[in-house]
Design a binder for this molecule. Sequence first.
Ligand code: COD
Ligand code: ATP
Length: 304
Amino acid sequence: MVGRLVPAPSQIPQLVSRMSRINVSLPAERSGERLSQAAICALIEEAELTPKPGLVDLASNGSHADMDIELMRRSAQSLTQTFREMAEVAFSQAPSQWLRERLAAIGRAGESMMLQATGGVNTHKGAIWALGLLTAGAAIEGEDAAPALIAKTAGEIACFPDRWAPVGMTNGARVRQRYGVRGAAEEAKQGFPHVISLGLPALQEARARGASEVEARLDALVALIASVDDTCILHRGGEEALREAKKGADAVMQAGGTSTEAGRRALVRLDGLLTSRNASPGGSADLLAATLFLDRLHNLTGGV
Ligand SMILES: CC(C)(COP(=O)(O)OP(=O)(O)OC[C@H]1O[C@@H](n2cnc3c(N)ncnc32)[C@H](O)[C@@H]1O)[C@@H](O)C(=O)NCCC(=O)NCCS
Ligand SMILES: Nc1ncnc2c1ncn2[C@@H]1O[C@H](COP(=O)(O)OP(=O)(O)OP(=O)(O)O)[C@@H](O)[C@H]1O
């Protein structure tokens, strides 16, 4: 009996490490509500950011004949329950196989709800993946944790295999095989390096030099496009489209970003280049939404 109540000395370090991960400041439901709202806001802010190259925004559908801004908004709203459940299930947990598989099941149900809301159009599959993991990371570490810690914990979850993942070819899997790039799953497993080392710094640097909020967000997107091996671009336009997209985004940055005249002209050229190839930087758009999500939490909580 006593043995059950008192941990053996060898168990104490594991218990201390587990307790240090427990966020006791908010009940799971409240955390779920707040994190879900933050995730949906980030998705809507990403979709509404205008003018984005090749992507759906307020002014155009970019390279997506089957989408428009209303569909993106509806899709984002349909994910409220998905992100809430992900946060609730992760609250007070540590990364584990169990958690990974629970999140995967919720994520797949979320994909179905998205497809139901959009009449079968894939509007946010990659975003459910990235924001789902980050929502879980924030529920574990606390909303006021540093973005890098939240992303690292999200990455630890992603590293556990999902034994129930459906087998079958995705667009991402096809281009990963063909071009040897890493894709969405690897980005997550590595703790979202593009978000932490590129998206967030680009956003903050642009704000610091006086760019408007729209310009700062566009600069973050452009910094991502210049570096991400986006399987959406590869799938639709091949290696040349990806090379050209990175070069075009780099030209925007070299011109001083989207708050300069030259930078704006380079952004228009990048849009023309992507739409003429029917290509779209959907992966970078997802990573921008992830950037805006972490930025929102950080600003709301004044985190470290
Ligand atoms: C890992 C995912 C994204 C599938 O990726 P896959 O490489 O097989 O390609 P797929 O074409 O299905 O989707 C890729 C999407 O990721 C985004 N993306 C593309 N390139 C990148 C990149 N380099 N980095 C990040 N995101 C990218 C794009 O939006 C793209 O549409 C994911 O949908 C998944 O496995 N879902 C299963 C359910 C699950 O486990 N959910 C967990 C929720 S936390
Ligand atoms: N504003 C946006 N406009 C378009 N796509 C976006 C936007 N924001 C994020 N995305 C991401 O882009 C992905 C959609 O890209 P795409 O249409 O190339 O996907 P697909 O279904 O894999 O390809 P295809 O439509 O060629 O079969 C979504 O999974 C989504 O996460």
